[in-house]
Design a protein around this ligand. Structure first.
Ligand SMILES: C[S@@+](CC[C@H](N)C(=O)[O-])C[C@H]1O[C@@H](n2cnc3c(N)ncnc32)[C@H](O)[C@@H]1O
Length: 233
């Protein structure tokens, strides 16, 4: 009815550059069903990295080396919940908080055990008290958010982690972007992704009491990211 007036109704979305949707839940779930795979398997397969989710979580937990029960976990940008499901199955936290801006993935995330969906404003972890979580993590999120948003999220991760707790996330840095990956990205026009300096990041997080425990390379679209795992002093 509105077309003749030159008006089109489109689904509402945020125009905040901090809020960047990624995979559509409906399409991804349908495609994984068609492929006869779990969503985790399907996304790993789609990213040409079978087994990558499991390997990443194994590496994270190995580096974190939790000596006591993990009671409270927080994740930013959980998407399909593929990392959340693995962390929950491995650590059985009492509470697993998620800040996810894409509403279409929330019903799936809500169904995971002990998940608390927090109000995601795209910038802060405002519902999580300072020094309250054993582990705060994010995967494939800071590879494509604007730099200032990533910095804000990292400051928030440093705020909410308890002393002795762990912060983990992956980024594209100079140790990832070798000649082959650079050529791949140029050839495929991978305009989505951006790089962050490793030394700058380590220095900034050290100023916030986070020291690097270790790292692990993770596949990403013709290249790789580095999962960095830190302990709060
Ligand atoms: C590339 S996907 C990765 C999803 C999941 N971590 C994985 O690796 O399968 C990035 C996710 O972060 C969410 N996201 C984007 N911007 C965000 C923000 N500012 N705060 C919280 N989540 C955000 C997107 O909706 C999406 O689900």
């Amino acid at each position: 009815m509105l077309r003749p007036l030159g008006v089109q109704i489109v689904r509402g979305h945020s125009d905040d550059p901090a809020i960047q949707p990624f995979l559509s839940a409906r399409k991804t779930l349908a495609a994984s069903r068609r492929a006869g795979m779990s969503v985790e398997e399907y996304i790993d397969h789609y990213s040409a990295a079978p087994g990558a989710t499991m390997e990443t979580v194994d590496a994270l937990l190995r580096l974190a080396d939790f000596s006591e029960k993990v009671e409270r976990v927080c994740e930013i940008g959980a998407g399909s919940g593929r990392y959340a499901a693995r962390v929950i199955i491995s650590t059985y936290p009492d509470s697993y908080e998620i800040y996810e801006t894409a509403g279409d993935w929330l019903p799936r995330l809500r169904a995971l055990p002990n998940v608390v969906l927090q109000p995601a404003d795209g910038h802060t972890l405002s519902a999580t008290p300072a020094g309250s979580v054993d582990l705060v993590h994010a995967h494939k999120v800071f590879v494509y958010l604007p730099l200032v948003v990533t910095i804000g999220c990292l400051d928030e991760m440093a705020r909410v982690v308890r002393p002795g707790g762990v912060v983990a996330f992956d980024v594209v840095n100079e140790d990832c972007l070798d000649d082959e990956m650079t050529e791949n990205w140029v050839a495929s026009g991978a305009t989505l992704y951006s790089m962050i300096s490793r030394s700058w990041l380590l220095k900034r997080l050290a100023q916030r009491g986070l020291s690097l425990l270790g790292s692990h390379f993770v596949p990403l679209s013709g290249g790789r990211t580095e999962l960095l795992v830190f302990r709060r002093a």
